[in-house]
Design a protein around this ligand. Structure first.
Ligand code: ATP
Length: 254
């Protein structure tokens, strides 16, 4: 609940040249809930996501995950503490098979460069456990039959499923999903939504960036709205969608 947020951020700012992309005074992400981060194009959603997930550094600001400071901590370390993210344009490695991509997910790494240095350790130390977990997740996400295929051969929706499954390899507590519905075939939409709801049922906390309001209305418990780098509204979906500040933020951008 809001009384025990999984993430608390204060005075987080990031600018690019003269553009103040993020200028957030205060943000709390409720634990064991699904929170949507929405806002018009250029609002700063991706920048905030990159900061919180350790893929970019703030100019200033502080945030804590489970009560411990996480500001400026790189993504792979955050993954060890229980926070992972997915990417809008999937980073599923084109030259790896589905199963290999899953195994790499166990390292909390996203880069192909890491393969050479990390795989030998995985092999010796934990390969069996990692493979078992990978295959279990692939079954759950209905990608088991694709395990030996190159990731590049998957459809857009299957890549989103793989991206989500791969994020679960580190057994996270907090999962940040970057536009999980973008480019997904309508036939796979419900399945993706069900998987996100499952994360919550399994005790995880989800934060997602999404333009698809269907997803926001159907599965978000809480909505945070950004405009021009700031948080302009937050609350349950029904209330937030009717908030004049939110309507203004969207209309103002067109
Ligand atoms: P969208 O919904 O279109 O993805 P967004 O809400 O994610 O938008 P950001 O991508 O975070 O918005 O961008 C916020 C602002 O910061 C924009 O004005 C953008 O042009 C600027 N910006 C973001 N990243 C960079 C960068 N690497 N270099 C320069 N400007 C940037």
């Amino acid at each position: 609940s809001k009384k025990d947020p999984i993430l608390v951020a204060d005075n987080v700012s990031r600018s690019f040249g003269g553009i103040q992309a993020v200028d957030v005074d205060h943000l709390e992400i409720p634990r064991n809930a699904i929170t949507a981060l929405i806002g018009p194009n250029g609002a700063g959603k991706t920048t905030l996501f990159n900061l919180l997930s350790g893929f970019d550094q703030p100019d200033s600001g502080e945030w804590s995950f489970n009560g411990r400071s996480l500001a400026g901590i790189p993504a792979w370390k955050a993954a060890r503490r229980g926070q992972v993210r997915t990417f809008q344009l999937t980073k599923v490695l084109q030259r790896l098979t589905v199963l290999e991509s899953m195994k790499l997910g166990a390292t909390g790494q996203t880069g192909e460069r890491m393969l050479a240095s990390i795989f030998p350790f995985l092999w010796r130390a934990q390969e069996k456990a990692i493979e078992t977990r990978a295959l279990d997740l692939l079954r759950k996400f209905k990608l088991y039959d694709k395990r030996a295929d190159y990731s590049a051969s998957l459809s857009g929706g299957q890549r989103k499923l793989l991206e989500m499954a791969r994020a679960l390899m580190t057994e996270p507590e907090f999962v940040l999903l970057d536009e999980p519905m973008a480019g997904v075939n309508p036939a796979l939409v419900q399945s993706l939504l069900d998987h996100v709801i499952d994360l919550k049922s399994e005790g995880m906390t989800v934060l997602f960036v999404e333009h698809d309001m269907h997803m926001v209305r159907h599965i978000a418990d809480w909505v945070v709205v950004m405009a021009e780098g700031r948080i302009v509204a937050e609350g349950p979906p029904r209330e937030v969608m009717m908030d004049p500040a939110v309507v203004d933020a969207y209309l103002g951008s067109h």
